[in-house]
Design a protein around this ligand. Structure first.
Ligand SMILES: CSC[C@@H](O)[C@@H](O)C(=O)COP(=O)(O)O
Length: 345
């Protein structure tokens, strides 16, 4: 029975992924049959967003075990594990999900192992959807009434098939009557905000206004923003947060304008093993993502490009990190340690 999701469908022996490179113009599905296919979908950003990457990697490994059938074993799954782990470096959810599946390797090999991995991948998917719902409610409770929010990138139901992370807060605030409007930064160069967030919110008639990323400062200076709400790809043990490139700029602006800067992410995005943000590997992507817009060359051909996909916001600029197990106010090493100690195992 497939999980109800617009983005990821597990169908017994294969995986259907909504191809986010084509949205919003075309709804196209990718049919993924093995771990290499799942890794390629992650690498190419057909599926993207930290939690969705983790879910896809988990299903990809399960698919590989099913493919091996009676021959499935920890040793024979090692290459698949490696190929999935190498697909994208920054979002910790990918490694977290693969570790969870690895924890199911012990026990009977062969078909029984395949079944265990499928079950674990489905659990990860369901838990993520429940986490979105809960963190959306917790985050919405932090907002002033009638709030105008600014968000970056895409953190929505497309990414997780659930309520969304930062967009989970937006959705909950809209449902409880606390939201006036959302400004979505277009999120150069891949345009997740323009192509996905604006489209996703319009599907639900949630008021959204698209802006160029460079408009954020003016909006804040003119008093048109009450809070900034973003997602996360990896949160270090001291609260430093890796998220889509441009997030750090927004945090600096928000601090200057004394606005709350809220990070929304499931607990699976917390990486207690990462001391601080300096150690987080920042993915660099192809220069043509910057040189070209919609396939059209907009810069001198061959112009050198630096194209980091993420940046790191220091914890001191973050007002609160919201996960499904609670709100971490004024995040720092102690606050995160406290959160780890309290959250259910
Ligand atoms: C819901 S994941 C966190 C997001 O804010 C964001 O950084 C993101 O969507 C990830 O980037 P992407 O490169 O599109 O996979």
């Amino acid at each position: 029975m497939p999980i109800e999701s617009p983005a990821i469908h597990w169908l017994d022996d294969h995986l259907l992924l909504l191809d986010q490179r084509r949205l919003p113009a075309h709804t196209e599905w990718l049919d993924v049959r093995d771990a290499a296919g799942a890794a390629e979908a992650i690498r190419q950003m057909a599926v993207r967003g930290a939690p969705a990457i983790g879910i896809t990697a988990a299903y990809g490994l399960a698919l590989e075990a099913l493919r091996l059938g009676p021959g499935a074993s920890a040793a024979r799954l090692k290459p698949a594990l490696e190929v999935l782990a190498a697909s994208r470096p920054t979002a910790v959810n990918l490694f977290w999900a693969l570790e969870r599946l690895r924890g199911r390797f012990d026990g009977e090999p062969g078909e029984a192992l395949g079944k265990r991995l499928v079950r674990e991948a489905e659990n990860i998917h369901r838990e993520d959807q429940a986490a979105n719902q809960r963190l959306g409610e917790l985050g919405a409770a932090l907002l002033p009434p009638h709030a105008s929010l600014y968000t970056h990138c895409n953190t929505g139901a497309l990414a997780t098939g659930g309520h969304g992370t930062a967009l989970g807060i937006v959705r909950s605030a809209w449902r409880n009557g606390h939201l006036k409007t959302v400004y979505a930064g277009e999120t150069r160069p891949w345009l997740q905000g323009a192509r996905l967030t604006a489209w996703e919110l319009m599907q639900e008639n949630i008021p959204v206004t698209l802006v160029a990323d460079s408009a954020a400062g003016l909006l804040m200076a003119r008093g048109r923003i009450d809070a900034v709400v973003v997602g996360a790809d990896r949160i270090a043990a001291n609260g430093d947060t890796a998220n889509k490139i441009g997030t750090y700029n927004l945090a600096v602006l928000a601090r200057h304008h004394r606005l709350p800067f809220i990070v929304a992410a499931p607990d699976s995005t917390l990486d207690p093993a990462m001391e601080n943000g300096a150690g987080i590997v920042i993915e660099e992507r192809d220069g043509d993502e910057v040189r070209r817009v919609g396939g059209t060359l907009m810069a001198p051909d061959g112009c050198p490009v630096y194209n980091p996909a993420f940046d790191v916001t220091p914890a001191e600029l973050i007002t609160a990190i919201v996960t499904e197990s609670g709100v971490i106010h004024d995040p720092d090493r102690d606050a995160l340690a406290d959160h780890f100690a309290r959250r259910p195992s």
